[in-house]
Structure formats: C-alpha cells, structure tokens
Design a protein around this ligand. Structure first.
Ligand SMILES: Nc1ncnc2c1ncn2[C@@H]1O[C@H](COP(=O)(O)OP(=O)(O)OP(=O)(O)O)[C@@H](O)[C@H]1O
Length: 700
C-alpha cells in the first residue's frame, strides 16, 4: 500500500467513522461505513471498520487488538460524548511524536552535558573499589526507594558470623538454653538479602551533590580458534557528577573505602590461579581471591624467636621503598626467595601466611601439581602479580622438578659415592634437626621464648592446601612415594597433562645451559624445571615479590632451583621441642591473648559467665564456648603456666610435630587439666605408632 492509498484510507475511515452507526443497545462494534479497498475503489462492507483497517495497515497486525479496543472505547464513550476520532487520533499521534522527539533531544543534550559538564570515573569489578562501592551502596537510604535493584544473598565467611553468635544466644535464652547441639537449618531463611543497584542507570544524592551511577555488564568471549566461548562476565560502575573536577567522585570513593574498612580487622587475602582460560591473558584476571581471613599473628607460629627476627628483618629491608634503587644501581634483579623446609605440620605454610599478615601483603598460592597449569600459564601468572606480594609455591619437591641425573653429573664434579651418601645424610639431619641435635641446619632453631600457640589446624594452612588443587578444592596429590623416595623419574615432567593450548606464545621458553632443549610444542607437558625457573627469573615476573617455596624433602630439590639468587634464605622447621609444646599449650588455653592479637572484636563476658563481669578481649571466645555443650574447665593464668610447664616436660623433643600436638589439644580445647592427665598415654601411643609407621591412631 502506497502513501496515497493510506491517506485515502484514512480519509475514508474518518468519513465513515464520523457517522458511526450505533445499535440501539450501543454495543454494536460493527460499523457500516464506506470502505476504500486496496485498489482505491469504493464499496460497501458491513462487517469492517475502515478506521481499524487503515490503522492496522499503518501500524501492523500486532496492533489490531489495541486498535479494536480503542474503537470500542470510542463507540462506548467518544461517540456518546461527540468526540471526533480524527481529533483523538491526532492528539495521540502528536503526543507520541512529541515523546520521541523529547527523548532524542534529551539523549543529545545528556550526551553534550556528560561530555562537557560532567566528570566520570570508571570502576571495573576486578578492582577492590568495586566491592567497597557495592558494600556502601547496599546500606544507603536511597537503595530503599530505588526502583531497579538487584537482590543478592550475602555469603559470610567463618569470620563474619558474629551476628550468628548473638542470634544463637538469643535462641538459647528463648528456648531456655536447652538445645544441646547447634542447628543451622534456618540459617538460609534468616539470612537477609542485600540490595544493590541493578544493571542500568541510577542517581543518588550524597552530601548535597547529585551523582549518576551506571552499572554495566559485559561478557567476555574467548576468541581463540573458531569457537567463541564466553569465559566470564566483567562488570563496571561508571560514576559521574556535575562539574569539571572529578574531586567530588574521588571524595566519594574515599568515603566508600573508609566505610568498607570501618569494621575491619586486618585481613590477608589469599589468591590462586584463575580458571584455565582466564589465566591465558596476563593481568589481574589471571588470579582469583579464594579467601580473605584475619591476619595470623606471627606469635602464633612457634619458631625460634631469633629465626623469626632474621626473616622479618630481611623481608622488611627487601620491601623498603629505597631497595629497588639500591638493587638497580648494582644491576641485581629485585627478588627475594625463601625456602621453608621440614617435616609435615611444622608450620611452613603458617609462617608464610603470618609473614604476609605482618607486612599487609596478599598471598598468591600456586601448586605446581595442578594438572591444567602450563608453563605459559606460569609466565602469565607471574606477570599478573602486584607490585608487592608473597608468592607461595607449596610442596615444591612433590612436583619432581629435576634435571636428568647425567646432566647434573656432567655439570658438576662428581663427588665420591660416600660423599654423596654423606650429603644426603646431612640434608636429612637438617630436616630432623630437633630429633638429632648433632646437625646444625642452615638457619636452625626451633627453640623459642615467644609465648605462642597455634589456632586450629586446617585453618590458615588448610586454605592453602585446598588451593593446592583448585579444581577439587583438596590437597594436590603428591608424587607417589615408596619407602620415602619420590618415584617420579628424575628430569621427566611429573604428570601427564593434556597438550598445552595452542595460543600465542607470549612467554617462549628460553634454553638454558645445562638443561635439555625444549621439546617441540606438541610434546611438551606440564611444568618442567626450566619452565619454572623461567617464570621465577623471567622478565615477565613482577619484581618486588617475595617467593616462598616449601618442601618436606629439600634433598630432592634440584640445586638450580635453590641456588642463591633464587633462594636467599633457607629456614628449617622441625618437630616440636618440649619448650614449643609448652608454648602451644599456653596459647591454646589462653583465649585472651589470641583474641587480642587477631583483632577479633573484643566482647563483654557479661552475665554469660557467672562470676566474671570484667571486659576481656577473649570474652567472645568464652561466650562461644559457653554456648557450646559442657562446662569449661576454667583455669587461672598462674595455674595455666604451671600446667603448661608440666605438659612441655612430658613431650619428648623432636618426636611430635606442632600440628600433632595442636590436634591433641584441640580435642580437649576446654579441658587443659584433662589434656595434661592424658598426655603420657598419648605420647606412648604416638611413639609406638611412629615406630610401626602405622597410619591409624590408637589414642587421639
Ligand atoms: N610451628 C608451628 N607453630 C604453630 N602452629 C603450627 C606450627 N606448625 C604447625 N602448626 C599448626 O599445624 C597446622 C599445619 O601447619 P602448616 O600447614 O603450617 O604445616 P606445614 O609445615 O606447612 O605442613 P605441610 O608440609 O604438610 O604443608 C596449622 O594449623 C598450624 O596452626
């Protein structure tokens, strides 16, 4: 239908409808009117409404129901009131056109205003400011009246459950304090959702100023190859305000940050490599945060005080802002590596976390056993590290990274067979230094005067262990060992992994003297020693980081990995001495000291503990225990010291790891006297168990 026909149709419809026939009951919708057919010929159609036909032709079939309704409305009311449909239509059309025009003018003006009269700050979701902003927005009054919000279920970490403790107290009081076991079935129902701005445009006033907030969402696709796989979503906030200075937005962001940290206890952020696809692209996205937990006080790691002081001083000097220039002037690469070695459960991981906490650094945990980790990934991960951080490479021996024996032999003067045996023995003695005090490890010392005691096993260390195998959330499998020897063939990559992805080679492997030439692309698998060294030394790696490698078997490590420059300080961890056992005991039962150091909010003991009205930092812990079943065996500080002394005297030097002692005490965490009573039996059983190498505990 051309324009002429449309106009003719319209005219016809107006003519026809100007004298509508209304049935006696006024409800007859069929109008008898002159109808202009498509060919322009006039005919009579008793069953059609010309106005309806014309509008349908104009607007399309999908509007027919609306038009019918309008026609009916007109017949019901308009015709009776004598309203001219032409006029009505004209007015509706004009309103519509005006609306369109106004919108276009508005968006053009808005664009001009934004470009010339407003300032804008973009905040990507990968940055922590985004998290700060969301937390702040969620508690603002204007969110209550906002018409476009996103409801989120807030998942709290174990350290943010203080409200739960209060709720628990209330429930106990309401229920007469009868419930013996905790019940979390209503936990989800009771968790209040959080409301934040939905994707789109929002506006709010803050301190007399108007801000625009646009929340945007973009999907990232992996363009590698023919498939375009979505690999994640990236959100961002665009904050704008009127004026030519971004200062108000910066002030707002400062307020937001202060709000975020207002209830803050010092925390350590633990990160691990992101999904395989995301880590191909160097940068912040190659790491994901797996936990944010309260800082572990250094004093909770039982280790020789002098040894701790050496590590702290070394790290402090290295992290000093003047150090990079000093290194640069001498042409020394700016990096620092530590090797923590010793038997399992002696505090290697715990010390790494505590050190990160002392210096307020994030900790980045990499497991070389992660099956999908390639050398290319390693390069990309190292280049995505922040300016200062702690990188923890756990169980470095388990990855079986060694050069072939022949190469090592060719490279170095082969020592006599007996010498080799001596060397192994010395290494082994260094590891078990506490058991056999004859050997002196490189930086030995497990005696400590520092009164300390660990928090629960599987706490800080457990997180790192979970992240050892990010896919399963469990500890990565170590190399299979037979009679204490790593059965992985030397010089061979330890695990058979799928072929590395055929992406662009951003970190081509460098051939090193003494190392086998790199295998062709298709044959290479997993991480090889030279791949790891490339990542550690490589230009891609961020200078300024502290690299901590932990191992149970230093004698299995390739010398190239621990040569000075890669490992600058070796720290030996040993099984506990009697003195350390005493420290562990004291810390376990002195809740006040632990709470003060972790900075967990102090709480009044109040009426929950009879006879104790004084405020104490450990009050919260005590409240918690009071909420648990059974009576707490309260022990006064002086008595605790003497009981701890007795306990320490019963623990033979070097027999038990701090983790084992901690496990024993944890099972009696409210009963120090009972722990002391049962120590002899336990030690006896542990001795037998260790001798027989049994894995099943007879006494726990
Ligand atoms: N020296 C120590 N001081 C205080 N607590 C310790 C010490 N050693 C171990 N623990 C406790 O034992 C648990 C395990 O410790 P951690 O993970 O640090 O040991 P590890 O040496 O890294 O063990 P692995 O070699 O198996 O990785 C932790 O909960 C920690 O609190």
């Amino acid at each position: 239908m051309d324009l002429k026909e449309v106009i003719a149709g319209l005219m016809g419809s107006f003519n026809g409808s100007s004298s509508p026939s209304v049935s006696s009951n006024g409800l007859d919708a069929n109008v008898t009117a002159a109808t202009y057919t498509a060919g322009g010929t006039v005919g009579k159609n008793h069953n059609q409404n010309p106005l309806l036909d014309t509008l349908t032709a104009l607007l399309g079939g999908q509007f027919t129901p609306i038009i019918r309704s309008l026609t009916l409305l007109h017949q019901l009311f308009g015709a009776r009131l004598g309203l001219d449909p032409t006029l009505v239509l004209t007015l509706v059309g004009a309103a519509w056109a005006f609306n369109r025009l106004a919108r276009q003018v508005y968006s053009a003006v808005a664009k001009l205003v934004t470009a010339h009269l407003m300032c804008t700050v973009h905040v990507p979701s990968s940055d922590e400011i985004y998290t700060h902003m969301m937390k702040w927005l969620a508690v603002q009054d204007f969110m209550g009246s906002s018409r476009s919000v996103l409801a989120e279920t807030v998942s709290k970490t174990a350290w943010e459950d203080d409200d739960e403790l209060e709720a628990l107290q209330l429930r106990r009081i309401a229920g007469g304090g009868e419930a013996k076991y905790l019940k979390f079935s209503n936990q989800r129902a009771n968790a209040a959702p959080r409301f934040v701005p939905a994707v789109g445009l929002h506006g709010f006033w803050h301190k007399g100023r108007y801000f625009h907030l646009r929340r945007r969402q973009e999907t990232f696709v992996d363009n590698n190859g023919s498939q375009h796989m979505p690999i994640g979503k990236e959100e961002s906030l665009v904050i704008s305000c009127f004026g030519r200075s971004p200062e108000p937005i910066k002030t707002l962001l400062r307020t937001v940050k202060q709000h975020y940290y207002s209830d803050h206890v010092a925390r350590t952020t633990i990160k691990r490599p992101a999904m395989q696809m995301a880590r191909r692209y160097p940068g912040r996205n190659s790491w994901v945060t797996v936990a944010v937990r309260p800082v572990r006080p250094l004093s909770t790691v039982v280790l020789d005080a002098a040894q701790k002081a050496v590590i702290l001083a070394d790290m402090n000097e290295y992290l000093h802002p003047a150090t990079p220039r000093w290194y640069a002037n001498r042409g020394i690469p700016l990096r620092r590596g530590y090797l923590f070695f010793g038997p399992p459960g002696t505090g290697k991981t715990s010390l790494s976390f505590a050190l990160a906490g002392v210096f307020g650094l994030d900790i980045f945990v990499i497991s070389l056993l992660e099956p999908t980790l390639t050398e290319e990934d390693l390069g990309s991960l190292f280049s995505g590290l922040p300016r200062r951080c702690v990188v923890l490479l756990e169980d470095i021996d388990a990855a079986g990274l060694r050069r072939p024996d022949e190469e090592v032999e060719n490279e170095t003067q082969e020592p006599a067979e007996e010498d080799k045996g001596e060397k192994k023995k010395a290494d082994a003695e260094a590891v078990n230094g506490a058991e056999d005090k004859k050997s002196e490890p490189i930086l030995n010392g497990t005696k400590s005067d520092d009164p300390s005691c660990p928090s629960e096993r599987n706490e800080a260390g457990a997180e790192a262990k979970r992240s050892r195998n990010p896919e399963t959330g469990g500890k990565g499998k170590k190399g299979k060992r037979v009679n204490g020897t790593n059965t992985m063939p030397r010089g061979q990559p330890p695990i058979q992994l799928p072929p590395r992805p055929t992406g662009s080679q951003r970190f081509p492997p460098v051939t090193r003297p003494g190392f086998p030439p790199p295998l062709p692309q298709e044959e290479r698998r997993g991480i090889s020693l030279s791949g790891l060294l490339n990542a550690i030394d490589g230009v891609a790696s961020q200078e300024g980081r502290v690299l901590v490698m932990t191992t149970n078997r230093p004698e299995d490590l390739d010398e190239a990995l621990i040569r000075p420059g890669r490992v600058d300080l070796q720290v030996s961890f040993t099984n506990a001495t009697g003195n350390q056992a005493r420290e562990l005991f004291e810390r376990m039962y002195d809740s006040g000291a632990a709470a003060e150091e972790t900075g967990i909010r102090p709480e009044t003991e109040g009426s929950l503990r009879k006879g104790h009205t004084q405020e104490s930092a450990g009050g919260r812990e005590k409240v918690m225990f009071a909420a648990m079943d059974g009576e707490e065996d309260v022990i006064e500080p002086e008595e605790l010291r003497s009981v701890a002394e007795e306990f320490g005297a019963k623990i033979p030097d070097g027999l038990l790891s701090p983790a084992e002692i901690q496990g024993f005490l944890l099972k009696r965490k409210k009963e120090p006297r009972r722990a002391l009573r049962e120590t002899d039996n336990w030690v006896k059983a542990m001795r037998v168990q260790k001798k027989s190498k049994a894995r099943v505990l007879k006494v726990q």
